[in-house]
Design a protein around this ligand. Structure first.
Ligand code: PLP
Length: 400
């Protein structure tokens, strides 16, 4: 039979995808399942972006492009970094790939030697640790719980750094916690980074535009230019512009790293999709005002979900600064028994109970490296959210 390569021996199919598959199978059987697991906006791609893609097809932009992004798109990205983040990346300090996920993959593939360590605060986006492992690295997971605001602290970072540390990987606003780092949160971490010049910094700013209550987004290289020579600032169009299916992510970083990443990409995908690149140019250069409207709509739903969760005995949810997830504590329901006599010992048990009995699909904290919590994606209709929260409330009330 088939024997998988050792590099993927410890890596299974993502829990999130497994739960999604089960929930969809239940739906096909006719059960009224509400899925709060998806990591994508429920909005449509803006019309100006779609039109730009159609025009690109009609112009014949249907061939291979430059390896790591067309010059026009790189120019648009450089413009974005300067305009929105105050970072001056030259065009040869920018790379484009089929999603931020491929950016991360290219970067780790291009930089990690076997045994190199990558510091990742938990809870983390599941792909981080899996990509690091596939690339031969060792994820060093640092728990950052609700009491810490789901943010890494300087002393934790200091303690985690070893001679083998290659990268610190940060994500703000975070999937799954929604926590974001303010300038004041970043400063002590930056100080530690400056004391350890062998450590590089990768920041995933994917949810930059989805922040609430006037939170001021910032990114480490904008705060401390001395980090620019050993930082990769990762971003993309998937979440802000509702373009998950177009598969365009990008990053700014030192030329040598960008070149090494292109070597990986050249043997993986040759270039990002030409039509999607034209669309991404329109997204970055086009009108941005719809972002505010969409964020206001997300904020309304965030307030609804957080309010309802905190009214349920046993659950405890911090108010997230951004993204479209809540990461609620569920310590208060552990040790209880379901009406059918099952014990809830873990957050995974709790999520299985919610799916089986309440027909609501959410993802356990264990999938993100921190328990006991569960993630709700509220990028779905208010009607579905209200119904799902009614069901979660009833399901929790039925626990003994
Ligand atoms: N980074 C974070 C934190 C994410 O949550 C996601 C998607 O879920 C990505 C990156 C990947 O985005 P892309 O669609 O650009 O690959």
């Amino acid at each position: 039979g088939f024997q998988p390569a050792s590099r993927i021996a410890s890596i299974g199919v993502s829990t999130i995808l497994q739960i999604g598959a089960r929930a969809n199978a239940m739906k096909r059987e006719g059960l009224p399942v509400i899925i709060l697991g998806a990591g994508e906006p429920d909005f449509d791609t803006p019309d100006n972006v779609k039109e730009a893609a159609k025009a690109a097809i009609d112009r014949g932009e249907t061939k291979y492009t430059a390896l790591d992004g067309s010059p026009e798109l790189k120019k648009a990205i450089a413009g974005k970094f300067l305009r929105e983040n105050g970072i001056d990346y030259a065009v040869d300090e920018i790379t484009v790939a089929a999603g931020a996920k491929q950016i991360l993959f290219n970067a780790f593939m291009a930089s990690l030697n076997p045994g190199d360590e990558v510091i990742i605060p938990t809870p983390y986006w599941t792909s981080y640790s899996d990509i690091v492992e596939i690339c031969g690295g060792v994820p060093v997971l640092i728990p950052c719980d609700a009491a810490a605001g789901f943010r890494l602290k300087a002393d934790q970072l200091e303690k985690a750094i070893t001679p083998k540390t290659r990268w610190l990987l940060l994500n703000s606003p975070s999937n799954p916690s929604g926590a974001a780092y303010s300038q004041a949160d970043y400063l002590p971490l930056i100080e530690v980074m400056l004391r350890h010049p062998h450590v590089w910094l990768m920041v995933d700013d994917m949810y930059e535009h989805i922040v609430y209550d006037g939170f001021r987004f910032t990114t480490p290289v904008a705060i401390e230019p001395r980090l620019k020579s050993r930082a990769l600032t990762v971003n993309g169009v998937s979440k802000a512009y509702a373009m998950t299916g177009w598969r365009i992510g990008y990053a700014g970083g030192p030329k040598a790293l960008i070149k090494a990443m292109a070597v990986i990409q050249s043997q993986a995908t040759s270039c990002p999709c030409s039509v999607s690149q034209a669309a991404a140019i329109a997204a970055l250069n086009g009108p941005q005002d719809f972002l505010r409207e969409r964020t206001a709509s997300f904020q309304k739903r965030r307030d609804l979900v957080v309010g309802r969760l905190n009214a349920i005995e046993g659950l405890d949810c911090l108010v997230p600064e951004g993204a479209f997830y809540t990461f609620s504590g569920c310590a208060g329901v552990l040790g209880t028994t379901t009406p059918s006599g099952k014990t809830i010992a873990t957050d995974a048990d709790f999520c299985a109970y919610l799916l089986d009995e309440a027909h609501v699909a959410v993802v356990p904290g264990s999938a993100f490296g921190l328990s006991p919590y569960f993630r709700i994606s509220y990028a779905t209709s208010e009607t579905d959210l209200v119904e799902a929260l009614d069901r979660i409330e009833r399901a929790c009330a039925a626990l003994r």
